[in-house]
Write a protein that binds this ligand. Structure first.
Ligand SMILES: NC(=O)c1ccc[n+]([C@@H]2O[C@H](COP(=O)([O-])OP(=O)(O)OC[C@H]3O[C@@H](n4cnc5c(N)ncnc54)[C@H](O)[C@@H]3O)[C@@H](O)[C@H]2O)c1
Length: 286
């Protein structure tokens, strides 16, 4: 049993489970993706009600149904994060169903083959439309949901936003120009909005980023594994060599950091990036 250090203090937070999310409502964009669905499960496990936003009903509905079958509360909403009108409509539906919005996790995003420079290509072969698309999806696909959902958080006087950036936000990854730029911009946006919201709306509106290292998912499989047998490409092997813990991440490896950022455990934390990468960022390669 934990003993409070000051028995006279009212509502001593050390008496509570700092990671508890009971009564909170979380919106997770890209909640039907591989990392997103693990985020949804973790938030529900800690007691939050989760609005799962994604483009595809056929992949999103079963995730929500699976969470409900395990005693959680989740609802899927068809949403394209690049469609502002649809985001506003979904916000109204989430509010009608759950009444408030406490947490926003921006997990929609990803790399695109067309926006990568192939080994036999140079800058001058780059498809500028693909570059625009990858920046639009990652950067504006994060900014638009913040624009729509944070308005409600400001009205409520509290809210907690978690953006997802990437190892490529720290040091751009070779060949991955557009995605690296977009993720670096998300890290910058996180810091910008933490200051903007903190100064204008006070201590209870926080913005942080979660930075996964390498996790094998639909958005990077084409770079890291061979289509024929799923074995690692030379690039996939290089990543393992560059990761002191010697493996790629499993989606559930991110759950602890996500819940930390989403809960009162991080109540004095804003404008930060939490790295979960098996040591990739710390390793110089030598
Ligand atoms: N997998 C990794 O190693 C890794 C590393 C760092 C960061 N990330 C980031 O984590 C997030 C989740 O990626 P993931 O690895 O789970 O990949 P994923 O492809 O499984 O999930 C991405 C999800 O975003 C959705 N999405 C794409 N465009 C959308 C749009 N316009 N509107 C709504 N949803 C849209 C996809 O349908 C998918 O469900 C992304 O931002 C990604 O960049 C992934």
């Amino acid at each position: 049993m934990r003993v409070p250090y000051d028995l006279k203090r009212k509502n001593d937070y050390r008496m509570k489970d700092l990671f508890d999310l009971t009564g909170k409502v979380a919106v997770v964009t890209g909640g039907n993706g591989i990392l997103g669905r693990s985020f949804c499960a973790a938030l529900c496990d800690k007691g939050a009600k989760v609005a799962i936003l994604g483009r595809k009903k056929e992949s999103g509905e079963p995730i929500a149904a699976g969470i409900r079958a395990n005693g959680g509360d989740a609802t899927f909403f068809v949403t394209d994060v690049l469609n502002m009108e649809q985001l506003k409509q979904v916000k109204a539906e989430v509010l009608a169903k759950y009444g408030h919005i406490d947490i926003l996790v921006n997990a929609a995003g990803g790399n695109m083959p067309g926006a990568c420079i192939q080994p036999d290509q140079s800058l001058f072969d780059v498809d500028m439309n693909a570059m625009k698309s990858v920046i639009e999806l990652n950067y504006f696909g994060t900014l638009y949901p913040i624009y729509v959902f944070a308005e409600e958080m400001v009205k409520q006087g509290h809210g907690n936003i978690i953006n997802i950036c990437s190892a490529s936000a720290e040091h751009p990854l070779t060949r991955v120009m557009g995605y690296s730029s977009a993720k670096a911009a998300i890290k910058n946006l996180t810091e910008y909005l933490a200051v903007e919201f903190g100064q204008k709306y006070g201590k209870d509106l926080r913005v942080n980023a979660l930075e996964p290292g390498f996790f094998l998912t639909d958005q990077n499989r084409f770079l890291l594994t061979n289509k024929e047998d799923g074995s690692l490409t030379p690039r996939g092997k290089l990543i393992i060599q560059g990761t002191p813990q010697g493996r790629m991440g499993e989606p559930d490896d991110l759950q602890g950091a996500l819940i930390y950022l989403a809960s009162d455990a991080s109540r004095f934390v804003t404008g930060t990036t939490t790295i979960v990468d098996g040591g990739f960022n710390a390793f110089s390669g030598v």
